[in-house]
Design a binder for this molecule. Sequence first.
Ligand code: PLP
Length: 410
Amino acid sequence: MLNLNFHPAGRHFLQIPGPSPVPDRLLRAMSYPTIDHRGPEFGALGRQVLAGIRRIFRTQHPVVIYPASGTGAWEAALANTLSPGDAVLMFETGHFATLWNRMALRLGLQPEFLRYEGTDPHLPEAPGWRHGVQAGQIEERLRRDPQHAIKAVCVVHNETSTGVTSDIAAVRRAIDAAGHPALLMVDTISGLASADYRHDEWGVDVTVSGSQKGLMLPPGISFNALSPKAVAASKTATLPRSFWAWDEIIEMNRTGYWPYTPNTNLLYALSEAIAMIEAEGLEQVFARHQRLAAACRAAVQAWGLEVQCADPAVYSPVLTGVLLPQGVDADKVREAVYRHFNMSLGAGLGKVKGRMFRIGHLGECNDLSLVAALGGCEMGLKLAGVRLRESGTLAALEHLGRTAARQDRG
Ligand code: PLP
């Protein structure tokens, strides 16, 4: 039998940028009995979550819910709207943008991967992984496509591998300024319900997201939020698709059902998560994330280390990447933190493996859990022999104390 009872006293600190800690309230909701997915109660649940999730994406249009991880919803976005050999413009912001680009290749598309053109003394091997999407480069490239061969622009909103966001409204403006009809597809798998996101207002055609980040659910649900233009594109697109096909799902969703067996118990949790987020208020949820992120950056700066994101305009409210000095193995720090303080931190992925670690401060996170997490990081850094300028934990305490907000309600 699987032994999950390996933690010492106290809760494990799951400070990776997703899966994020699942609140007890959601775990309890998931423990309700599984019901008949063709019965009347299920239809009511389905209609409720489908309406609620639109409010979270801030869209009036359909949101398709898949029983899959985020990677599945990436594939769904491409397979529903594009045809073999279509040119697609993508931007290398980090590991997840790279994986989406690889998926496009494997599906038989022709992705073109734009890159940040600057240099960086702290991360010469991947300077672009410290910046967001450069909308100007997208506009310039689209202007050089008068025949409109490029069918879609695909970007990552919150690059979970780096802690850098991208200005999606600016990408929309770039596409419009070039007068180009390409679809805009955005991955906000780790941004939804943590970072400000507006599917309709920003003119996004397909938004891809997942359950295990800001929504605070376990992994296992992912989303495609659509625009009418995306739905129209799906009528003529010819990439093969069956399980991912929007048409049958949208049709059955009208009455709250799915064409296959949905993951009922995760939908209970989704319904509860939407209620929790709306009780706090979406704007307050975003403000809480911004404030915690600022406190976390204050800690990193006090330690005398570099925040991975080099552009303050696009600091992620969801996670903070911590770049370590050349020669220090970031995985040793994570290992020390795990072994001694029962806390998981995000690893450096792909090009930044061993160069940085990531602190998640998303979802079920508050002042005191962040302070504890930073305390663990600080002790782990010292155990791994990293010289720190001063206490980052104290700097974060200062920040949080100065900006403290009343938490009582009602
Ligand atoms: N895109 C981003 C930005 C992510 O953070 C992740 C996962 O962390 C993915 C895509 C892939 O999602 P999943 O691992 O749920 O398939």
